[in-house]
Design a protein around this ligand. Structure first.
Ligand SMILES: *Cc1c(COP(=O)(O)O)cnc(C)c1O
Length: 438
C-alpha cells in the first residue's frame, strides 16, 4: 500500500478558489473595471477594489487576416465554441463536458413582418432552442469553464428561474454540485426545470432582489466558501456568454450587422454584452462598420430602465416588480445605467409593454411564425410593435428581435385565455353542431 503524504499541498491549505496560480482562459488577459479602467488578474472577483465598479473581461483578440478568422469560425462546431477564439475559455473547451449551447435559429419572420408593417427584413433570434430552453445556457457555459479554472466544486446562482435550470443542467453534465436560489413564487415550469437536474433548489421568501442580496451575503460568509455563483463572483465571465448572440446574429446574416436589435432587459447584462460583441466584430474586421441601433424591452410592471430612459435620467431608480414576465423581473438592474448609455449612443430606445400586451404578443408570434415564446419573448415582440407605432423603430430597416425563452415554461401566462375551441362527443353530428366544419 502506498504511503500517503500527510503534508498538505499549498493548494489544500488555501481556499480552492483563492489559489494564486495564474489561470489560462484563452484570449482573456485580465479583468478591467468598467468605471476606472484598473486591471486585475483573472480570478473570481467582480467588483473593482478601488472604485467598486463592475469588472469585465479584457482580451488580446486575434490580429491579422479577418478572412482567416472567419473561415476558422465557420469550420468550428455548431455551438458557441465556434467563437472560442473570442471568449474567456480554454483552447480545448470543445472537449470539456459542457452543454454546448448556441447556434440557435435566426428565423426570417415574414408573416410577422407583414403584420407589423416591417419591410426591411424582420428576424427572430430564437434562443428557446438551447439545451434548457432559454438564452441562459450561453452565459452558464462560459461560467462553468471559469469555475473549473478557479477550482470551484459547487455552482450556484440567484435566479429569476431560467438561470437556475441552466445551472442545474450544466452542473449535472459537467460534474459540479449545484445549489441555486429562486424567488419562492415562480412559474411551475421554471421550478420543475430547475429541480429536475438533481441539484439543490432553494426557494427564498422574497423577490429576486431579495434573493440576490441573500447570495451576496452568502459569498462573504464561510457557508459559501468554494462556491462559484455564476452571476455574482463569476459574473464577468458569465456576461461574456451573451456576446455569442451578437456573433451568431451577424454570422447568420452573412457576416453583416443588423440595423436594429430589440433585446429584453432583466439585469441588463445581455444587452450590454451584445453591444460589446458587435463592437468586437467591427474591430476584428469580421463585419463592415456601420451604425446599428439597440432597443431595450421591459415589462411595464418592472420597468426601471425604460422609466429612466423616457425621463431622460442617467440614474435608474429601483422598482418593486409586479409582472407576468418574471424572468425579467429585476427591480434593481445592475447594468441599468450602461443600458441607458448604449440605447442613447446608438440612437435606440428603451420601451415597455403591459402584461396584456405581453400575452397578445406571445399569441401574435405563435400565430404568425409558429414560435411559442415565454413571457420575455412577448415583451420583445410587444415592444417592437409599440416602437414601430411610435416611429422610434424604422420598419424599412433590418430588425432582429430576440426570443430568449420557451413558452412551455410560462404556460401560466397564456393558459387562462387559450384552450380548446370546443369539446364534443366523438360523433359527426356533434362536430356539425359545433359549427366548425368548413
Ligand atoms: C435572464 C433572462 C434575460 C436577460 O437577462 P439580463 O439579466 O438582462 O442579462 C432575458 N430573457 C430571459 C428569458 C432570461 O431568462
Amino acid at each position: 500500500m502506498a504511503v500517503q503524504s500527510v503534508e498538505a499541498s499549498p493548494a489544500e491549505t488555501t481556499h480552492p478558489a483563492a489559489s494564486a496560480a495564474p489561470v489560462s482562459l484563452g484570449p482573456a488577459v485580465a479583468l478591467s473595471c468598467r468605471e476606472c479602467g484598473e486591471r486585475f488578474a483573472l480570478g473570481p472577483i467582480f467588483a473593482c477594489e478601488l472604485c467598486f465598479g463592475p469588472l469585465e473581461v479584457a482580451y488580446e483578440l486575434p490580429t491579422g487576416d479577418p478572412e482567416a478568422l472567419r473561415q476558422q469560425i465557420e469550420a468550428g462546431p455548431n455551438n458557441i465554441w465556434r467563437y472560442a477564439p473570442l471568449l474567456p475559455v480554454p483552447a480545448d473547451v470543445a472537449d470539456q463536458p459542457n452543454l454546448n449551447p448556441g447556434f440557435t435559429k435566426l428565423v426570417k419572420a415574414d408573416n410577422l413582418a407583414r403584420e407589423l408593417g416591417v419591410t426591411g427584413g424582420l428576424f427572430i433570434k430564437d434562443d428557446s432552442g438551447n439545451p434548457t430552453h432559454s438564452f441562459k445556457d450561453r452565459v452558464v457555459a462560459i461560467a462553468v469553464e471559469a469555475a473549473r479554472a478557479f477550482g470551484f466544486t459547487t455552482l450556484s446562482c440567484s435566479s429569476t428561474g431560467n438561470l437556475a435550470g441552466a445551472v442545474g443542467a450544466a452542473a449535472a453534465r459537467s460534474g459540479f454540485r449545484s445549489c441555486v436560489f429562486i424567488p419562492h413564487d415562480l412559474e411551475q415550469g421554471k421550478v420543475v426545470m430547475a429541480a429536475v437536474y438533481g441539484g439543490e433548489l432553494v426557494g427564498i421568501e422574497g423577490n429576486y432582489d431579495d434573493v440576490n442580496r441573500f447570495c451576496s451575503e452568502l459569498i462573504g460568509d464561510p457557508l459559501g466558501e468554494g462556491w462559484g455563483f455564476v452571476n455574482v463572483n463569476l459574473r464577468p465571465y458569465y456576461g461574456e456568454g451573451s456576446k455569442t448572440l451578437a456573433y451568431e446574429i451577424c454570422e447568420q446574416l452573412g457576416w453583416r450587422l443588423p440595423d436594429q436589435i430589440v433585446i429584453p432587459i432583466a439585469s441588463g447584462s445581455q444587452l450590454t454584452k451584445i453591444d460589446k460583441g458587435l463592437q468586437e466584430l467591427i474591430k476584428l474586421g469580421l463585419v463592415e462598420d456601420k451604425p446599428y441601433k439597440i432597443f431595450g424591452a421591459q415589462a411595464e410592471g418592472c420597468s426601471p430602465v425604460s422609466t429612466a430612459f423616457k425621463a431622460g435620467h442617467d440614474v435608474v431608480r429601483p422598482q418593486k416588480p409586479n409582472t407576468i414576465a418574471k424572468s425579467l423581473a429585476i427591480g434593481n438592474p445592475a447594468d441599468g445605467p450602461y443600458v441607458l448609455d448604449i440605447a442613447r449612443r446608438t440612437g435606440g430606445a428603451v420601451e415597455d409593454v403591459n402584461d396584456e400586451q405581453v400575452v397578445d404578443a406571445i399569441k401574435l408570434l405563435a400565430q404568425t411564425e409558429g414560435i411559442f415564446a415565454e413571457t420575455a419573448g412577448g415583451v420583445t415582440v410587444g415592444v417592437t410593435k409599440k416602437l414601430i407605432e411610435s416611429g422610434a423603430l424604422d420598419p424599412s430597416l433590418s430588425t432582429v428581435v430576440l426570443n430568449t425563452g420557451d413558452g412551455l415554461k410560462t404556460l401560466d401566462a397564456v393558459a387562462p385565455t387559450t384552450g380548446p375551441t370546443a369539446t364534443i362527443r366523438p360523433s359527426l353530428d356533434a362536430f356539425r353542431d359545433a359549427g366548425l366544419a368548413r
